[in-house]
Design a protein around this ligand. Structure first.
Ligand SMILES: [Zn+2]
Length: 395
């Protein structure tokens, strides 16, 4: 008899840390991987066939569940009730899951919103990927995303803001180290929170055992975040790296991940005439350098995690496949693309050994693809089945 609590899956498993796929039998117990075996276990239950290439559940390291990925997500959010936003976000969670994303990191939204969604998924009250949420972003007065963020000036105020989000249950704390594209009137890449402010906030997160993320686009702000001890750098280098920034990005003693979010400018530029003109005008001059700088950091040895910035204009939830195609198009090898969306993203989110791998003890999250993703980046668009915590999802 096959026991729903201890299923056995048979298929072609592709461990992101290995060169090639191999046939295996994956034994699951209590929603976790018990073992990946080369032969069926004697006396085991009949195996559930997974027809295709089986990889760990995908991870999108940068989304905004409060934004709809339409032509003007900010206007939509401002024009609806908080209840509407929650109902809409339930659909976004399902879209991620259908696309094989079993873990995502929400990097900013209204007060409590993604933190409550994270708890609801955790408790099994709503369907969705595991959510690692930052709560509200911490930004300087008038800085990027100040409409939903906490405005804080001076190290003490930033420290207090970080503590407030940790108290609210944030699993990661997000800081605005520079201006950004999607806030009208704010110059993208302009230095924002100072090194001292960032250091105070990051210190609080690290004291609580939590990771930190910085929205960082211009070099001065990037270096402030790196010197202050940031864990993940979102977007990255519009005006190029320098030796100090690359040395810090590749320091094995102090790992930092770059989350390029190439899908964000790609979405904005695909919608000229439909998305707000100011967003297109701010994106066009930096889009090509953004790609070149992401590749330069990767080639220098920086660790890259995949994240879409889903929810921004024409950047729909569940669209990680597009980000992976863009990472491949700029020159990342396909095995590095796979790791960026699995093992590297897991490490960036402090989920090493828990997600993004096929090792014993990890949650049994799997995606079955219709092609080998280390040979064809289009494989991520061919999701045949999704397994979450050992359970084969039917929708
Ligand atoms: Zn973002």
């Amino acid at each position: 008899m096959s026991d729903a609590a201890t299923p056995l899956f048979h298929g072609l498993f592709l461990d992101p840390q290995r060169a090639s796929a191999r046939e295996g039998w994956l034994h699951v117990k209590d929603g976790r991987i018990e073992a990946l075996l080369d032969a069926p276990p004697a006396g085991g239950p009949p195996a559930v066939e997974l027809d295709g290439w089986v990889i760990p559940g995908l991870i999108d390291a940068h989304v905004h569940l409060c934004l709809d990925g339409g032509t003007d997500p900010g206007a939509r959010l401002r024009g609806e009730t908080p209840t509407d936003t929650v109902v809409r976000a339930l659909g976004h969670l399902r879209a991620h899951l259908r696309a094989g994303i079993t873990t995502l990191r929400d990097l900013g939204g209204p007060d409590g919103f993604a933190l409550d969604l994270a708890r609801a998924v955790d408790d099994g009250r709503v369907a969705g990927p595991r959510v690692i949420a930052s709560g509200r972003n911490i930004t300087m007065t008038g800085g990027h995303a100040h409409a939903t963020g906490i405005e804080a000036d001076g190290p003490d105020a930033v420290r207090r803001a970080a503590r407030s989000q940790l108290k609210a249950g944030a699993q990661v704390v997000k800081f605005m180290a520079t201006g950004g594209v999607m806030t009208p009137g704010v110059r993208a890449g302009a230095e924002a929170l100072t090194e001292a402010e960032l250091r105070a906030g990051i210190e609080e997160a690290h004291k609580a055992g939590r990771r930190t993320a910085a929205h960082a686009q211009g070099l001065a702000g990037i270096k402030n975040a790196l010197r202050a001890g940031i864990d993940t750098l979102e977007h990255g280098a519009f005006d190029g790296w320098d030796d100090e920034a690359l040395a810090r990005m590749t320091d094995p003693q102090r790992p930092v991940w770059l989350v390029p979010t190439l899908a964000a400018p790609d979405g904005i530029l695909s919608g000229e005439g439909r998305v707000p003109a100011w967003a297109v005008a701010k994106t066009r001059p930096i889009a090509e350098r953004h790609k070149a700088n992401a590749l330069e950091a990767f080639r220098a040895g920086a660790r890259v995690a995949a994240g879409t910035d889903a929810g921004t204009p024409l950047n729909p939830h569940g669209g990680l496949a597009r980000e992976l195609e863009l990472l491949a198009a700029i020159g990342l090898p396909l095995d590095a693309v796979l790791r960026a969306a699995t093992s590297e993203a897991a490490a960036a989110l402090d989920l090493e050994g828990e997600a993004g791998c096929l090792t014993a003890g990890a949650r049994a999250d799997l995606v079955v693809l219709g092609a080998d993703p280390t040979r064809d980046v289009g494989a991520y668009r061919q999701v045949r089945a999704v397994v979450q915590a050992g359970r084969l999802l039917t929708d």
